[in-house]
Ligand binder design. Structure first.
Ligand code: FAD
Ligand code: SIN
Length: 557
């Protein structure tokens, strides 16, 4: 193995909105190594359709966005965190525009160019800034283009973070002392070589966990790597039971790949949901009907499918003109056409799919985790903004705001960056194993087993029995997978599988400890929402879960 040591002022892991925006700002203070496990734009960010929620219209207000976010989060949001991101939103949107992001614009009554603001579930106003239905692709383009003009940033594509570097690798294991992060072991995918990337500041921005589920809107990269790495290193993790299922992904017979999303913005433009026999089923369920918060719409669809035995429900926007639909939703229009559906003439068959993780590594107002010098931003973080359910289009906002506030913290603590000179000397990666082709097939099967298990037992509607079974089976699978991990030479697939099963275990653990139903976590054995459970389930290695308010934990470090 040809292991090298790379040293920089900042190590950024992940090239979605959280990682890229942090890197741009960090480059003002020093050198940045940004590693990403596939190509630079491979991320959940790249697939975002609806847009970014922010208060940008005169008939909207900060208080209204805050109220919608808190209501959707069912009592579990950290109100300070919500107030913070909502207030910061407009500045960050203008900054993205200045950096070259081309959002969709329109002319107001006076002829002035203004943001064309869309509407999504749970929002009482139009406040979604977007770039047609290709918002994420446009964001990635603009951020990567900006980075290409900055000398201080080196992007390492096809490089996978395997584990964080803490005192553990130095053989110092004082369980009671707060750990410090010094960078990460990073695998060069093409050779399997594992290098030490050392930096006084590490930003973990590895995104979500959608690939844990059989049906997901998330691309291949979303395997929970950052959360699993941080958990192994001893960071506090919370709210893992709150998995958001998007109500409307395109139903394709026999398809096994990523589920194509039909943006909530389509319902924001008036689309209605019906059963295959044409009954409009959201009326009477929630006053906002099709624009009710996502947990409610997804659960209602799930229940309609179970009642009728149908494979999908229908989403109808065909009353809108073709020219409008082609311009507002070019990607959705074309994808549906490729599948033989003309959305200007017929309804779209849709089903729910795993979409977003509300929980993750606990962070504070500045993106700091419970491990010193380890910042976390974006979908991997649990900032307290989403509580038990995320309001639509609040996640891109959360990523860009907390990456910014991490920089603001570092601006006033520049001594942290200077600490580079006194970094400890870490041992080079020394794990050796042998690759066994026969076992490789088992690895593939294990991945499918995890995905099916999570879909069937830890999905939209949960029961105690299913969760307990899931826990027993995931423990068994985890043992097998950790054993391959120890004995084999590393590949991207094996690194991901180890993280996938760890994150799946954390989701089950969180779900089993929540003895109520709240937001995205619905357990038919505990159908009520209970006041004593209005707290976060916090997980950490070598301890049983804690039930505590995230805010109290913020104060602890
Ligand atoms: P990501 O964008 O997922 O980026 C993570 C990065 O980390 C990737 O580059 C990945 O390759 C890298 N990575 C992962 N593991 C490793 C590792 N071990 N080593 C190195 N690199 C690693 N949210 C909204 O607010 N509005 C929307 O309209 C919207 N639409 C969505 C549509 C779809 C189809 C999906 C899937 C999500 C949508 N979301 C939306 C959610 C939102 O896109 C994500 O929550 C957000 O983009 C997450 O950004 P991030 O930077 O945290 O992570
Ligand atoms: C969508 O466009 O429906 C996705 C928005 C989100 O996930 O916030």
């Amino acid at each position: 193995m040809n292991s090298k040591v790379y040293q920089s002022d900042f190590l950024v892991i992940g090239s979605g909105i959280a990682g890229l925006s942090f890197a741009i700002k960090a480059s003002e203070f020093g050198t940045v190594h940004l590693v990403t496990k596939k190509k630079d734009s491979d991320s959940n960010t790249n697939y975002a359709q609806g847009g970014i929620a922010s208060v940008l219209s005169p008939d909207d207000s900060i208080e209204s966005h805050i109220a919608d976010t808190l209501k959707t989060g069912v009592g579990l949001c950290n109100e300070d965190a919500v107030r913070f991101i909502v207030a910061e939103g407009p500045s960050r949107i203008f900054e993205l525009s200045e950096w070259g992001t081309k959002f969709s614009m329109r002319k107001d009554l006076t002829g002035k160019e203004v943001f064309d603001l869309g509407r999504e579930g749970g929002h009482s106003k139009n406040r979604i800034v977007h770039a047609q239905d290709l918002t994420g692709q446009e964001l990635e383009r603009a951020l990567l283009e900006k980075i290409s003009n900055l000398n201080n940033i080196i992007i390492f594509e096809d490089h996978t973070a395997v584990d964080l570097l803490t005192e553990h690798q130095l053989g110092l294991n004082n369980k009671n002392a707060q750990k410090t992060c010094y960078g990460a072991y990073i695998m060069e995918n093409s050779t399997g070589d594992i290098h030490s990337f050392i930096a006084p500041v590490t930003m973990l921005a590895t995104g979500g966990v959608g690939q844990i589920y059989q049906h997901t809107t998330n691309p291949d990269i979303a395997t929970g790597d950052g959360i699993a790495m941080a958990y192994r290193a001893g960071a506090l993790i919370a709210d893992m039971e709150f998995i958001q299922f998007h109500p409307t992904s395109l139903y394709c017979e026999g398809s096994s790949g990523r589920s194509f999303l039909i943006s909530e913005a389509v319902r924001g433009e008036g689309a209605i949901l019906t059963t295959i026999s044409g009954k409009r089923f959201m009326e009477g369920v929630h006053p906002m009907k099709e624009l009710a918060p996502r947990d409610i719409v997804a659960r209602t669809i799930d229940s309609e499918l179970k009642k009728s035995g149908a494979k999908y429900v229908l989403l109808d926007i065909s009353f809108k003109r073709e020219a409008f639909l082609r311009n507002r939703f070019p990607a959705i229009f074309q994808k549906c056409l490729d599948e033989g559906i003309d959305i200007s003439k017929e309804p779209i068959p849709v089903v729910p799919a795993a979409h977003y993780l509300c929980g993750g590594v606990i962070t504070d107002r500045f993106g700091r985790s419970s491990i010193k010098n380890l910042f976390v931003s974006g979908e991997s973080a649990c900032t307290g903004v989403h509580g038990a359910n995320r309001l639509a289009s609040n996640s891109l906002l959360e990523g860009i705001v907390f990456s910014h506030s991490a920089i603001e913290y570092l601006r006033s603590h520049s001594g942290m960056i200077k600490a580079k000179k006194t970094m400890p000397k870490f041992p080079l990666w020394n794990k050796e194993g042998t690759f066994d082709l026969e076992e490789w097939i088992l690895i593939q099967h294990n991945k499918e087993d995890v995905k099916r298990l999570m879909w069937d037992y830890v999905g939209i509607v949960r029961t105690n029995l299913r969760l307990q079974r899931a826990q027993r089976r995931i423990k068994f699978l985890a043992e097998e997978i950790y054993d391959y991990y120890r004995r084999s030479t590393l590949t991207l697939e094996l690194v991901e599988l180890r993280n996938l099963v760890t994150a799946a275990g954390l989701i089950i653990e969180g779900a089993l400890h929540r003895k109520e139903s709240r937001g995205l976590h619905y357990n038919t054995d505990f159908p009520e929402t209970k006041e004593q459970y209005c707290a976060n389930i916090i997980l950490r290695t070598e301890s049983s879960p804690l039930l505590k308010k995230h805010r109290e934990i913020d104060i602890i470090w």
